[in-house]
Write a protein that binds this ligand. Structure first.
Ligand SMILES: Nc1nc2c(ncn2[C@@H]2O[C@H](COP(=O)(O)OP(=O)(O)OP(=O)(O)O)[C@@H](O)[C@H]2O)c(=O)[nH]1
Ligand SMILES: [Mg+2]
Length: 685
């Protein structure tokens, strides 16, 4: 049996547990309930009152949703626990994904809501893939009705491992009044903000209990032949055996137990805590899963980096082995991380100075100036291999930003770097052509919160715009054009004269220049200058965009022994292009990307319509490999139409769908859309 040793089967040492689950399912409220139940806080706050430990930042309070993780430690029955409350919104999912590898278990908070099942499925897959033991907590059962009896039917499709119902609800009229614990075979009625009260298990309830218990045991017996035999022979298995199986099968990821409750009333919280206490693995198992070599060195993992408003850096770290405290110098896999100056216990934004941290504990270290979210830290010189590398999802939405005031430009650059260090799912790109700073993120709210932080925390007010689309232009026919530059204004004159043969080239060939001068009509040494002038003129074609896919040959020209110069020939080359291109039937080119959308299949028709409505060309759709109930749709889409595509995809899929894209080719664009783009460009100049 995989129960670890000598603590009555319980794991040893401080635990770390992630609270995860679909958007708005009640994770932050559950954290609050846990902290109140375990005495870490005096009174349970609420999201509505804006006084919860979680979501303590201005941005989270303002939006009434989690926009980053909250870590809080507490003690339950003598053991220390760190709970990491993760945002449910897919836009902030990196905060969850980067944490999961190093927690002992996850509590997946969910609801009886069909619409949220795909999101639940996404989260469970992440946990399944990372082999994190998980318990479902069916929250908000104060709002549930008799449909709750079908909870497994509703939720099972979201999980690849068998769900195992650990409790069944009891009713008073239409409302849920309590529950029966199927392992203990005891019935309880809920009390608001107090421990549930034991009641006799009898009558119709006892019958329901028997049936539900049997199906729980059957599921357990899938992985336990002895239990299977006992069930077949109608032998009552000993309670200890059942608990051992529950523990073992949870830790091995063979089953996913389902508990229930109402976070706002602290109902079901004690049962959840007890399940974690007895059944979840601890730091020894987690360190083993991560391949941490316990050779005495302190090893930790950075769950999150925070740059506080007064400039200091806090790294939330779970210690995986050894001990670290004030003065400990850490290295990461490829750099120094810094020297710890302050160890803090965290209860949300509330920090309290404390002593060194040991294996299993989750604390905040101050002043690890180079540590980033996701780093593995080692005390000493020999870095431990990275225990986890969680690559953020590619960004899906961008805005172009500028500091409102010119003088804040440098400050903006620094602040953006800090934002990206805290949250690797943000990326910053500089567009050298348009001089735009483009902020890429995971969705509208993600970018909005990023800009709010720039203002609130770093004091940089910004302006935001749609980023420019990388339009180009090309030509449809060729021309031969003379470019002549002649000036005789006193003193030294200027003279350059060239004849350019301009020809369209196939799509994607870019630009080529050819020297066809014979007989030295343009001296050798001026030819590179002609090319420079041509290249410069091509940056801005007759429609206002860079010109591509053409060949320019220098075929003829003349020079003046005194007045010719590099400058003069550059200018001549430029003039040749400026005068030649308008005669070549210039045409706009727009970038076309290949996009791949994944969505629950009930939304596939909507997605197809959405793509067609945005000038998309659907290439085909298929079932999503390995994802039951999902489709993959592939299409070619103009980059201009991709802009806020993610917003529409999410709204068509209750937040579950997403997409990836990559540049494919440039395509000619004519007609009204092209005219509008060209007119807008002229107006902007
Ligand atoms: N009726 C009822 N409402 C609840 C319960 N738990 C949470 N809520 C409400 O659900 C809403 C969302 O609660 P949160 O705790 O912020 O949910 P969350 O999962 O942390 O949300 P995100 O982090 O933004 O995904 C709030 O209005 C809560 O008051 C519950 O057990 N019953
Ligand atoms: Mg929350």
């Amino acid at each position: 049996m995989a129960t670890n040793g000598n603590n009555g089967g319980r794991a040893v040492g401080p635990r770390a547990v992630a609270l995860v689950g679909p958007f708005q399912s009640g994770k932050t409220t559950l954290l609050e309930a846990i902290l109140a139940r375990t005495g870490a806080i005096a009174r349970q706050g609420s999201i509505e009152a804006g006084n919860t430990v979680g979501d303590g930042s201005k941005e989270a309070r303002h939006h009434k949703m989690s926009v980053e993780l909250t870590a809080a430690t507490t003690t339950f029955m003598g053991d220390s626990y760190a709970f990491i409350d993760c945002p449910g919104s897919v836009e902030f999912v990196h905060d969850m994904r980067a944490v999961l590898p190093v927690v002992d278990a996850a509590v997946v908070v969910c609801e009886m809501d069909e619409k949220k099942v795909p999101q639940l499925q996404i989260i469970l897959r992440e946990l399944e893939d990372q082999k994190i033991p998980r318990i479902l907590f069916l929250n908000k059962i104060d709002k549930a009705d008799a449909g709750v009896h079908d909870v497994l039917k509703l939720l099972q499709p979201a999980s690849r491992t068998k769900l195992i119902l650990r409790q069944i609800p009891t009713f008073a009229g239409d409302l849920i009044s309590g529950f029966v614990d199927l392992a203990l075979e005891r019935a309880f009625v809920y009390k608001e903000h107090a421990a549930s009260q034991l009641i006799p298990l009898e009558g119709e309830l006892a019958d329901r209990e028997k049936t539900a218990r049997f199906s729980m045991l059957e599921t357990l017996a899938d992985h336990d032949d002895q239990l299977m035999e006992q069930l077949l022979e109608d032998i009552q298995p000993p309670r200890d055996k059942i608990f051992d199986d529950l523990t073992h099968e949870l830790r091995e990821g063979l089953v996913c137990p389902v508990l229930m409750g109402t976070a706002t009333r602290t109902n079901g919280v004690l049962r959840l805590l007890k399940a974690l206490r007895h059944e979840s693995p601890g730091i020894a198992e987690t360190a083993q899963r991560l391949g941490v070599k316990g050779n005495g060195d302190a090893v930790g993992y950075v769950l999150k980096t925070l740059n506080t408003s007064h400039g200091g850096r806090l790294s939330i770290v779970r210690m995986l082995s050894g001990q670290a405290g004030d003065g400990t110098t850490f290295v990461t896999e490829d750099d120094e991380a810094g020297r710890v100056a302050g160890v803090f216990k965290l209860v949300g934004q509330n920090t309290e100075k404390r002593g060194p941290a040991t294996a299993g504990e989750t604390v905040a270290f101050a002043k690890l100036d180079k540590a980033k979210t996701g780093d593995t830290l080692t005390a000493g010189k020999q870095p431990h291999a990275a225990v986890a590398k969680v690559a953020p999802y590619a960004p899906v939405l961008a805005i172009a930003i500028t500091a409102k005031e010119r003088k804040d430009d440098v400050k903006l650059g620094l602040a953006l770097n800090k934002l990206a260090e805290e949250d690797p799912s943000i990326t910053i790109a500089h567009n050298p052509e348009t001089h735009e700073v483009v902020l890429w993120g995971q969705g509208e709210m993600h970018l909005r919160v990023a800009t709010e932080r720039l203002a609130d925390r770093y004091g940089v007010a910004i302006e935001r715009r749609q980023p420019s689309v990388g339009y180009r232009e090309t030509i449809r026919k060729g021309v031969q054009q003379r470019g002549r530059h002649k000036k005789q204004s006193g003193g030294h004159g200027q003279y350059g004269d060239v004849v350019l043969d301009i020809k369209p080239m196939p799509r994607g060939s870019g630009f080529t220049f050819e020297d066809q001068i014979t007989g030295g009509v343009v001296p050798r040494n001026y030819i590179p200058s002609v090319e420079e002038g041509v290249v410069d003129a091509l940056k801005h074609g007759p429609l206002g965009f860079p010109v591509v896919d053409l060949h320019v040959a220098l075929v003829d020209g003349s020079y003046h022994t005194v007045d010719s110069s590099d400058m003069a020939f550059q200018t001549a080359g430029r003039i040749g292009i400026h005068e030649g291109l308008p005669q070549c039937q210039p045409v706009l080119l727009e970038p076309i990307d290949q996009v791949e959308i994944v969505c629950p299949n009930e939304a596939t028709a909507k997605i197809n319509a959405l793509l067609s409505g945005r000038r998309g060309q659907i290439l085909g759709f298929d079932t999503r490999e390995g994802w039951e109930g999902w489709d993959t749709v592939r299409a070619m889409m103009p980059e201009a139409e991709i802009g806020d595509l993610i917003v529409e995809i999410r709204s068509a899929t209750a937040g579950a769908g997403t997409f990836t894209f990559k540049f494919d080719h440039m395509a000619e664009l004519t007609g009204r859309t092209a005219d509008q783009i060209i007119a807008a460009r002229r107006a902007a100049e």
